[in-house]
Design a protein around this ligand. Sequence first.
Ligand SMILES: C[C@H](O)CC(=O)C(=O)O
Ligand code: MN
Length: 339
Amino acid sequence: MGKKVTINDVTLRDGMHAIRHQYSKEQIAELTREIDDSGADIIEATHGDGLGGSSIQYGFSKESEEDIIRTAVDNAKNAKVGVLLLPGIGVIEHLEKAYSYGAQVARVATHCTEADVSEQHIGKAAQLGMDTVGFLMMSHRTTPENLLEEAKKMESYGAGTIYVVDSAGALTMDDTRQRVSLFKENLSSGTEIGFHGHNNLSLGVANSIVAIEEGANRIDASLAGMGAGAGNTATEQLVAVMNRMDISHNLDLYKTMDAAENLMKPMMERPVQIDRLSLTLGYTGVYSSFLLFAERAGKEYGVDARDILTRISEMGAVGGQEDWIVGVAQELAKEKQNA
Ligand SMILES: C[C@H](O)CC(=O)C(=O)O
Ligand SMILES: [Mn+2]
């Protein structure tokens, strides 16, 4: 089926959310070596919210940005190291520094209707000669047709790959199929298409396969699904399914299974799994990295964290609005008192 699939591993970057950005240099080094040895093509390594993400708003990371990127670069023999940048959180200077530390892939992420804020960053990454990717987050929040228009903008700025990003794990298989197939029919034939899934509705692998069937050839995955919410598409599960379907890729199944089981799972602070809270993220379409914030606020204010997420969804929150969560928890607590 189609071209060989490139696996962009997000264990270190999206996985940062699940460990509150607290991977140590030693953990980054060990994970990079195992992921690289298992055959992943790209290893993304930054704070969960990308370059410049270490802050009071998103949580401070244990290690500096330079140490995170350099440790990954120093320990990857074959894989390229990538970085994520959300314009506004990260700036051009962050990108230049990441490049100087050895990052070769730059993924510029915007909300699905705001591609126009990525022009400078995509332009800069392309000018540096980086493998430049546009990353359209919360793709369920707009129509396939509109998402295509945003993808075309990123393509025109110089991105060689455009991703459908299911940040909330809310896309169904038909939703994924419609978005990826429109990209395939309408973007330039030289533009690669990617898919980034979250497993909140238990569709991470299924949606990734649908994306491949429709012409995507870059897929994000992480060991044991380590990532925000119920996690990302689990590498070892995806590899097993791709093997069964004769989809060509570079990964070794047993190595991904062993790394997930022996290395990744023991590092998890909170099991990365589908539970009532992560399922609510997918069900209501809320950004996966809100999970731990909502859980904490629910405990602090004595309210059901599912109600927080539902209210946040009704308010139309997008990534970056983590600070709304405490306000909503306080509001719900007051309503409970007055009931
Ligand atoms: C900053 C986010 O964690 C990016 C991402 O992985 C997503 O939107 O999903
Ligand atoms: Mn993600």
